[in-house]
Design a protein. Structure first.
Length: 152
């Protein structure tokens, strides 16, 4: 039987989003213990109305959101797929959904930051048209950060 995938637009107050972000943070802390001290302030979630959650057979397995970076640019934040559900194209589905949502809202560009060990994520972003750019604030001078941009 095929898995049933459902993409839901929500907010950062959604309990499934909150749980997935907690899993994301735990995963990052385990992969990058050296960054835990000074890095995580950039990932504090203020109220965000631009969240997508993917449900697979009614279980929340992936999330992402965007926030306004400037007048014509959004920043992709908190992109996460639970480990056991990776490799199914879920991150691509979420990213396309967020880009479409942002474009409908009048934005022209999407930027994001990821960390240097996230090879699969970097490859996926490049496959979807993102290019590496100079690090933008607040990631300027952070050697662990890879910043990317795309016209949407």
């Amino acid at each position: 039987m095929d898995d049933q995938i459902r993409i839901v637009k929500s907010t950062s107050e959604n309990k499934d989003f909150i749980a997935l972000v907690a899993s994301l943070d735990q995963s990052l802390w385990e992969s990058y213990p050296e960054l835990k001290v000074d890095y995580w302030g950039n990932n504090i979630m203020e109220m965000n109305p631009n969240v997508v959650i993917i449900y697979l057979n009614d279980v929340a397995v992936a999330c992402a959101c965007f926030k306004k970076y400037n007048i014509n640019t959004i920043e992709i934040k908190r992109m996460f797929v639970s480990a056991e559900f990776r490799g199914k194209g879920l991150a691509q589905k979420m990213l396309r959904e967020l880009e479409s949502w942002a474009k409908e809202a009048g934005f022209s560009f999407s930027i994001l930051e990821t960390l240097y060990k996230q090879n699969a994520a970097i490859a996926m972003y490049q496959k979807l048209g993102y290019v590496v750019i100079e690090n933008y604030a607040p990631y300027i001078s952070r050697e662990s950060s890879i910043c990317m941009k795309k016209n949407i």
